[in-house]
Design a binder for this molecule. Structure first.
Ligand code: KG4
Ligand code: ZN
Length: 365
């Protein structure tokens, strides 16, 4: 089955074409037009600006993905080769989602192809099912894991979803059953990385910048809190941690007017360690209770090698198979949306194809 997938939930305009057979998903093309340079000027995503950019780039991005996958130049000929069109329905920014959903509906109408609405979080989760052989050699995480795409993901599985908008622990009993065990009560993990980077004047998006500075800093230099670690649930909170970073940096600037480079590196390392400690501890608590066969991580923050390495060694010690997506599939892309659509079709074929749906900014998993 060939799937054209479209993703526009936030600030990446993305399209991909996948060839799917049995449990094997092959990426024929995967185009992401990032708006990061635009949103860097404002230190974060401005929703109206994001939707306007999607409008400008959506058709060129889709046509590039289709041309790469099919070799055809004409849109109708390109679309003929796809069996369906998958699109992110939500959650996300309303204006951004609308651009993707309306484009998918229009192309579906033009080429008479069914549309598969996809939950963005499910997309992040299904990035773990993309077993593309050409990706093996490109794995960029240093962690040695006991299982990386070499065997099927066995259920039940627990997934740690860590993105810019979500932080959730999800129990997956099978492809139809997702149960949220816990989630953030305030900021998402990626949001905390972004806000800390902003308050330290480091730029956007914060995650990769903080990760790289943290490598040169001392993670024990500042004693930041590990929020909600003692609570007997699977929820998270990152807003207090962010405030603790704010107070520490304010104190340092009172003492010496400006943060030194060493201070910034030490704050980044200490903040990142506090966030990772909470994510790992809560994950282990869920593993202890639910005894899953597999543990998966997904979302933009899954691109953080220090987090992946920390989880990897803990899971190896507990003999739980650990899966994580290739780095470029952690952050928003359309290949993951196509993968989620494929498993939706396999597991609920009639229900999956549906043109009567709307963009849903608060869609739940
Ligand atoms: O999944 P994603 O692309 O978008 C959402 O669905 O939200 O995640 C983006 C988030 C941003 O907050 C970004 O700072 C974070 O992922 N991120 C990272 C890293 N790379 C991206 N956070 C920590 N370490 C990284 N290396
Ligand atoms: Zn995302």
């Amino acid at each position: 089955m060939r799937i054209l997938a479209i993703e526009t939930s936030c600030d990446e305009t993305a399209a991909a074409v996948l060839d799917c057979k049995n449990d094997n998903i092959k990426i024929l093309s995967n185009i992401v037009a990032s708006q990061i340079p635009i949103h860097q000027k404002t230190g974060g995503v401005v929703p109206e600006v994001a939707s306007r950019e999607h409008i400008k780039t959506i058709l060129p991005v889709i046509q590039k993905a289709l041309k790469e996958a099919t070799g055809e130049n004409n849109l109708k000929d390109q679309l003929k080769q796809s069996d369906c069109i998958a699109v992110t329905q939500g959650p996300g920014l309303m204006g951004s989602l609308l651009v993707g959903v309306q484009t998918a509906k229009t192309l579906g109408w033009l080429a008479n192809k069914p549309i598969v609405p996809v939950n963005h979080i499910a997309g992040h989760i299904y990035a773990n099912w993309i077993h593309e052989s050409q990706l093996f050699s490109k794995l960029s995480h240093k962690a040695t894991v006991n299982c990386q795409l070499s065997k099927p993901i066995a259920f039940p599985a627990i997934v740690l979803v860590v993105s810019g908008g979500h932080t959730q622990l999800v129990l997956m009993k099978n492809h139809r059953c997702f149960k949220i065990l816990g989630e953030t009560v305030d900021d998402a993990a990626g949001e905390a990385f972004d806000k800390v980077a902003k308050l330290l004047g480091l730029g956007y998006p914060g995650g990769p910048i903080i990760e790289s500075l943290a490598k040169k800093g001392d993670s024990r230099a500042f004693k930041f809190p590990r929020p909600m670690l003692k609570q007997d649930n699977f929820d998270f909170s990152f807003s207090g941690l962010k405030t603790a970073v704010l107070y520490a940096s304010q104190q340092l600037t009172i003492d010496s007017e400006q943060l030194t480079k060493k201070d910034s590196k030490n704050i980044c390392a200490s903040f990142q360690q506090a966030a990772i400690d909470v994510l790992v501890e809560k994950s282990l608590k869920a593993i202890q209770k639910y005894k899953p066969k597999s543990f998966l991580i997904s979302g933009g923050v899954a691109a953080n090698s220090t987090l992946v390495e920390a989880l990897s060694s803990e899971l190896r010690a507990r003999n739980v198979s650990f899966f994580y997506p290739e780095k470029k599939l952690c952050t928003d892309n359309a290949a993951m949306i196509g993968a989620a659509a494929y498993f939706k079709i396999l597991n609920s074929p009639v229900y999956a194809r549906n043109s009567h749906f709307d963009a849903e900014p608060n869609l739940q998993l």
